[in-house]
Design a protein around this ligand. Structure first.
Ligand code: HEM
Length: 311
C-alpha cells in the first residue's frame, strides 16, 4: 500500500493532559489476525467517535501494536524504525523489556467514562485477545510526579507536538503514525522523601516548589534533565512527547511513563544516557530512587492504515 493522501493521526496521540487515564495491555490469541485487524480499526474509530461525544471531559485515546507482534498482524509492511524495547542493564540498574501485543490508551477528565469505555473495549476484543495488564493513571496536584516535581513542563507545545511525535513523509506508508515506548516505574518514595529538598532538586535539575530550571552550569551531570537533554549528530535537539501520568496506590506507586516520537531513536538514546550514563560514570541519579518494572515498544498507525488493512 502506498499512502499518497495526508494520513490522519489517531486523535489521542498529541492530546493535552487529562485528569484520569486507563492503560490496557493485551496479548492476542493464536490465529486471530484476520479478525483482529478489523477489530482494531473499529476500536480506533470508536475512540474517535467518543472524543466527539465526550468532548467536554476531553476524552481521547489511541491504539498501538507491539513491536514483536507487528509482523504477525501486518506482514510485509513494517515501520522503518520499529524495534523491540531496548532492554538495558548497567551496574545494578535495569530497564527491562516486557512486551505486549496491543496497547489501548484511554484518557479523559472523568474516571467513570474511562471505566465505561475500557469495559466496552475489552468486550470488543472478546475471543481475540486477553487483557494481561491494566493500570489507572491520575493527575497529581499541579501535574506533579509522585516525587513532588512538576512533570511535562518542557514537553513540545502546540503544533510542535505533532512535529515531534508523528511520522512524516520520511516513511510515507507510516505517515501519521507514532513510535510509542511505555515503562512502569515504581518509586521508592520512603527513601526519596528522606532526601533534603536541595538534593532532590539537584537530581532533577529543577527547583521543586516553583519548577524553575537550573542554569546550565549548575545542572549536575547526574541530573535527570542533563541526561535526557541530547543533541543528534547535526546538533539538533532530540525530542520526545511525554504523555506520562502517576499511577498506583499506597502500597506500590510511581510513574506510567509514555514516550511518543516520530522515530524510535530519540527515546532509546535518552534511556541509554539515563541508565548507562556518559561513559564517565555520570548516570541519572533519579534511577537510584525508582525502578522500571516493564518496558514495551509499540507503533500507533494512522487511521487510514488501520482502515486499509481492516478487510
Ligand atoms: C523532564 C520526571 C523518566 C525524558 C522531566 C522532568 C521531570 C521528570 C520532573 C522535568 C520537568 C519537565 O520538563 O517535564 C521523570 C520521572 C521519570 C522520568 C519521575 C521516571 C521515574 C524519563 C524517561 C525519559 C524521560 C524514561 C526518556 C527516556 C524526559 C525529557 C524531559 C524530562 C526529554 C525534558 C527535558 C528538558 O528538555 O528539559 N522528567 N522522568 N524521562 N524527562 Fe523525565
Amino acid at each position: 500500500m502506498e499512502n499518497t493522501t495526508m494520513a490522519r493521526a489517531q486523535a489521542g496521540l498529541c492530546a493535552e493532559g487529562n485528569l484520569h487515564s486507563v492503560y490496557l495491555m493485551f496479548n492476542a490469541f493464536e490465529g486471530v489476525e484476520s479478525r483482529l485487524r478489523p477489530c482494531l480499526a473499529s476500536v480506533a474509530r470508536f475512540i474517535e467517535e467518543l472524543s466527539d461525544q465526550y468532548c467536554e471531559p476531553a476524552f481521547n485515546g489511541f491504539v498501538a501494536i507491539g513491536a514483536n507482534y507487528w509482523d504477525s498482524l501486518y506482514s510485509g509492511a513494517r515501520p522503518l524504525g520499529l524495534k523491540s524495547f531496548p532492554n538495558m542493564k548497567a551496574e545494578g540498574r535495569e530497564a527491562p523489556a516486557y512486551e505486549y501485543d496491543v496497547f489501548v490508551h484511554i484518557r479523559s477528565d472523568r474516571y467513570d467514562i474511562n471505566h465505561l469505555v475500557a469495559n466496552q473495549i475489552v468486550t470488543m476484543m472478546d475471543g481475540l485477545m486477553e487483557l494481561v495488564d491494566e493500570e489507572r493513571g491520575f493527575r497529581f496536584l499541579e501535574n506533579r510526579d509522585l516525587t513532588g516535581f512538576v512533570d511535562g513542563t518542557e514537553n513540545p507545545q502546540g503544533s510542535n507536538r505533532a512535529k515531534v511525535a508523528i511520522v512524516g513523509s520520511e516513511d510515507r506508508q507510516f505517515q501519521g503514525g507514532s513510535y510509542i515506548h511505555t515503562q512502569k516505574f515504581i518509586h521508592n518514595l520512603s527513601s526519596w522523601n528522606q532526601l533534603p529538598v536541595k538534593q532532590q532538586e539537584d537530581i532533577i535539575g529543577r527547583t521543586k516548589q516553583d519548577n524553575v530550571e537550573y542554569a546550565s552550569a549548575d545542572k549536575p551531570l547526574t541530573s535527570h534533565i542533563k541526561r535526557v537533554n541530547l543533541k543528534d549528530e547535526d546538533g539538533q535537539s532530540m525530542e520526545i512527547l511525554r504523555q506520562s501520568m502517576p499511577f498506583g496506590g499506597v502500597k506500590s506507586q510511581g510513574l506510567f511513563f509514555i514516550s511518543l516520537c516520530a522515530n524510535s531513536r530519540n527515546f532509546e538514546a535518552m534511556l541509554e544516557s539515563m541508565m548507562k550514563g556518559d561513559g564517565h560514570g555520570h548516570y541519572d541519579h533519579l534511577m537510584n530512587f525508582t525502578q522500571a518494572v516493564t518496558g514495551s515498544s509499540f507503533f500507533a498507525p494512522s487511521m487510514e492504515f488501520l482502515e486499509e488493512f481492516a478487510d
